[in-house]
Write a protein that binds this ligand. Structure first.
Ligand code: SF4
Length: 440
């Protein structure tokens, strides 16, 4: 990804737009892979004794994220588990130290702050976590829990704090009479309301919500989301709302940022993104939303494969090993359907999806109309022969050298604003590169 500019994600088309409340620029969070769960470990036997070899490549959990969040809006952040959403949330609120970039909040770069100045600023930024049970101290009453941030920040006297807690409990749909009850006496949905009341107790401007309704029943989710909308309207809150659930994101968000393996791959107004997704990853996520009509479901292409490890992200476009729209190299001139079959065969070999004894049959099944002629066919047959000889790495290398490595998709991807200057959509895909001839 190229270095972001100040033009990134501004609502420049609207001259009346307020400046962003939050402005992220090239935010990165790397972990030392030799220390964490992601450490890649291998054994060597130098000197006759086994020793651990720890890789020092960093885990790029968040890898150059830039976007704005405007006052009063809800920006939804969506992606599969493991794509870096929660790490980004914790980095934005400085629960994790960023490895680079800037986090401008209300005109101040949070990455420049520490100690007391950071603590004071943090009062304006609150976080609501996914698990309302573990984020509430079981030894405190809910009244004490909601009052705690005010007490820590030296806000109000004890009597005023109590009045304010009772008022906030009412705002989130609980009752002031429940002040002295303990978290275990409440349901999951009620505990999440306590979390909301606690977050609001210090009058924040910005609330980062990390999967706040995951794990709740659908009917309870709807109630909590509705309360969050009411609170946003009443207190003028700005939300960064994180979820892997696209239905929730569509319901609550004004705009959506789609994250994949540490990067934002698409950003735009919610309805635009949901009705006309541009990035192949966004399309795959949306195609995966269950729908009851089998006719409408036909033709959808659900995502295959897993999110790769951020300790060893794919070269170029991180999504390329799963992308159904992968762009063929310039010297490959095939019909789209045949190219799709070639691509699928490459991935079948990568995943070793058949036994070596069945290699010829697998090739025939992959190309029912016959293996393409010429250079393409030669490579497919050579790879099949290697797979038949149980030389899978050679088979994969033969195919990758011809069909994957030379593709533009293995080059770094910029985030492109779509062609209409009034369009705030941004897509990180070579198919949308204005300089490229491969635009769809
Ligand atoms: S850059 Fe290539 S691999 Fe990545 S999403 Fe676009 S078409 Fe797919």
């Amino acid at each position: 990804m190229t270095a972001p500019t100040d033009e990134f994600d501004t609502k420049a088309a609207d001259p009346d737009a307020e400046p962003p409340l939050v402005r992220l620029r090239d935010v990165r969070k790397y972990f030392d892979s030799s220390q964490g769960l992601f450490g890649s470990v291998s054994l060597s036997f130098e000197g006759g004794r086994p020793s651990l070899d720890l890789s020092s490549d960093p885990v790029r959990a968040v890898d150059g994220v830039s976007f704005d969040v405007f006052p009063g809006e809800t920006l939804g952040l969506v992606g599969e588990s493991g794509c870096g959403k929660s790490t980004l949330a914790k980095t934005v609120v400085r629960l994790l130290e960023p490895s680079g970039g800037s986090i401008i909040f209300d005109g101040t770069d949070l990455t420049d702050l520490s100690g007391e100045s950071l603590r004071r600023k943090r009062r304006d930024i609150q976080m609501v976590f996914q698990d309302p049970q573990s984020s509430l101290d079981p030894r405190m009453t809910i009244g004490e829990i909601v009052a705690e941030p005010m007490r820590v920040n030296g806000m109000y006297d004890a009597e005023t704090r109590r009045e304010r807690v009772e008022e906030l409990l009412g705002k989130v749909g609980l009752d002031a009479s429940q002040y002295n009850r303990y978290p275990h006496e409440f349901s999951g949905g009620q505990r999440q309301r306590v979390n909301l009341a606690r977050a609001l107790s210090v009058d924040p401007k910005f609330v980062v919500c990390d999967e706040p309704v995951s794990g709740l029943d659908v009917s309870v989710q709807a109630k909590v989301l509705s309360i969050m909308e009411d609170l946003q309207a009443e207190f003028g809150l700005t939300y960064l709302f994180i979820s892997h659930d696209l239905s929730v994101i569509r319901y609550i968000s004004d705009r959506v940022a789609v994250m994949y393996l540490g990067r934002i791959v698409e950003l735009g107004d919610t309805e635009q993104v949901f009705t006309d997704p541009k990035h192949p990853y966004t399309r795959g996520l949306i195609d995966g939303i269950p729908i009851p009509d089998p006719d409408a479901a036909r033709g959808r292409r659900n995502l295959r494969g897993e999110v790769p490890s951020p300790a060893d992200p794919p070269k170029g476009c991180h999504f390329h090993p799963r992308c159904p729209a992968f762009i063929p190299p310039d010297d490959i001139d095939l019909d789209t359907e045949i190219w799709q079959d070639v691509l699928e065969y490459v991935r079948t070999i990568d995943r070793r999806e058949f036994a070596s004894d069945d290699a010829d049959a697998a090739l025939a099944a992959a190309f029912p109309e016959g293996v393409p002629a010429g250079h393409v066919g030669d490579r497919l047959v050579a790879a099949t022969d290697a797979a038949g000889a149980d030389e899978w790495e050679d088979a994969a290398a033969t195919l990758h050298e011809a069909f994957i490595e030379p593709s533009v998709c293995l080059q770094a991807v910029e985030t492109h604003r779509l062609s209409d200057p009034e369009d705030t959509r941004q897509v990180a895909c070579h198919r949308y590169d204005p300089q490229s001839e491969t635009d769809e």
